[in-house]
Design a protein around this ligand. Structure first.
Ligand SMILES: Nc1ncnc2c1ncn2[C@@H]1O[C@H](COP(=O)(O)OP(=O)(O)O)[C@@H](O)[C@H]1O
Ligand SMILES: [Mg+2]
Length: 393
């Protein structure tokens, strides 16, 4: 199994830890950790503060030397590698953002390409591309100082810096931990979109189980320096290894699965909806609202769709007070909408906070995909329960 060759063998995991231990002053802070991370996986490392997450990340890029065990990258033992060369193969987003305050944004992002000996002009091009990837215009932000940016923008720069060397592996230590909840959700979504395109191998540290469930292909749960369980979110919920894991992931709560399930991964209702076009009149809208096969929508309102995109809704109930001529275009109200990349939990939260039992779902371009209702969520829980029971048989 063990290859001595330098050539990349597709059979090797991107990262493997075998019996990895770290002691400080005779005390093991990481003990006997075994884990294999296949290429392209986003693995979340989670556990309470002080359980050894940062230490593991820093052993992977050899900022910390293990006291025992082996760490292999693409099948090669890192102990025999030049640590500096090793680090240049990996992007690292450190805990607490950590931009160089005396360097402008663009210079911060081109640090790694610069270290790799890339010519200045090319490093700048690479940095610009990385900034664009994280949604920052290089023209607007490249020349700014870190202190001139918001927390969310600084964190984006931190991610851009990790991407700029085009590394195979990215290590992220609580990358969104310092952000307000809204920016955190936005950056999570953006990272998931990026990852869908780039398919890097990512080790993502967090202590937030919701973040872990949302982000991770698999989640490794740590306690006091040892690994309690590694698995896919649903696996951890349906067959937790012990009480610690069960409590940690909220396995007792059937709604926990909503925290990682994406709206686009559940089957949305598309048939029998009350729909109308921008140029329809209110009578047409009334007919559509009456003809819907969904009783909870009947004679209430229509979704207005133009060129496949959701434009809003029009109530057909309150039209007594309204002129009944003219197109729906002039009567539009905003529809409660969730993007398909969001989690089912976020959709549920939106329903509860806006006091309605269903939300319209759109994709990134505003294209209307269907609706998700409270009742559908009940069905999702039942279906998943059945599936996980089948799987454990
Ligand atoms: N350089 C060090 N010297 C001594 N103890 C350390 C050192 N670095 C980390 N530790 C200890 O190792 C444990 C794990 O730390 P860390 O990996 O930072 O945890 P986490 O990132 O999970 O919060 C903690 O108890 C911490 O105090
Ligand atoms: Mg830490």
């Amino acid at each position: 199994m063990v290859s001595q060759g330098k050539a990349r063998d597709p059979g090797h995991p991107a990262i493997s830890l075998k019996g990895v231990t770290k002691s400080y002053g005779g005390k093991d802070v990481v003990r006997g950790v075994d884990i294999e991370i296949p290429r392209g996986e986003l693995l979340v490392l989670i556990g309470p503060s002080g359980c050894g997450k940062t230490t593991i990340l820093r052993m992977i890029n050899r900022l910390v030397e293990p006291s025992g065990g082996t760490i292999l990258i693409e099948g090669d033992d890192t102990a025999g590698m030049d640590p500096v060369a090793l680090r240049r193969r990996m992007g690292y987003v450190i805990q607490g953002i950590g931009l160089f305050p005396h360097m402008r944004v663009s210079a911060n992002v081109s640090v790694v390409p610069g270290l790799k000996g890339v010519a200045r002009e090319e490093a700048r091009i690479i940095a610009d591309r990385a900034l664009e990837m994280v949604g920052l215009s290089p023209g607007e932000f490249g020349g700014k100082w870190p202190r001139e940016l918001s927390g969310g923008q600084q964190q984006r720069v931190g991610v851009a810096r990790a991407l700029a060397g085009d590394p195979e592996i990215i290590l992220m230590d609580e990358p969104f931990g310092a952000l307000d909840p809204i920016s955190r959700i936005t950056l999570q979504d953006e990272l998931l979109d990026l990852q869908a395109k780039l398919e890097k191998t990512i080790v993502f540290v967090t202590h937030d189980i919701h973040e872990a469930m949302k982000m991770g292909n698999r989640i490794a749960i740590m306690k006091d320096g040892t690994l309690s369980q590694v698995g896919e979110p649903l696996q951890l919920l349906s067959s937790p290894a012990d009480d610690f894991v069960s409590d940690f992931v909220g396995a007792e709560n059937p709604l926990s699965m909503f925290s990682f399930m994406k709206v686009k991964d559940v089957s949305l209702r598309t048939d029998g909806l009350p729909l109308a076009g921008m140029d329809d009149d209110i009578e047409a809208a009334r007919r559509s609202a009456h003809a819907t096969s969904l009783w909870f929508f009947r004679d209430k309102f229509v979704y207005v769709i133009d060129d496949g995109r959701l434009q809003g809704s029009v109530s057909v109930e309150r039209t007594g007070k309204r002129r009944s001529s003219g197109s729906l275009r002039d009567m539009l109200e905003p529809a409660t909408t969730v993007r398909s990349s969001r989690t089912v939990q976020e959709a549920l939260g939106l329903m509860v906070s806006s006091g309605i039992a269903n939300v319209a779902v759109v994709d990134e371009d505003g294209k209307f995909l269907g609706i998700l209702s409270f009742g559908d969520m009940y069905d999702i829980v039942q279906q998943q329960k059945e599936k996980s029971e089948e799987n454990t048989l």
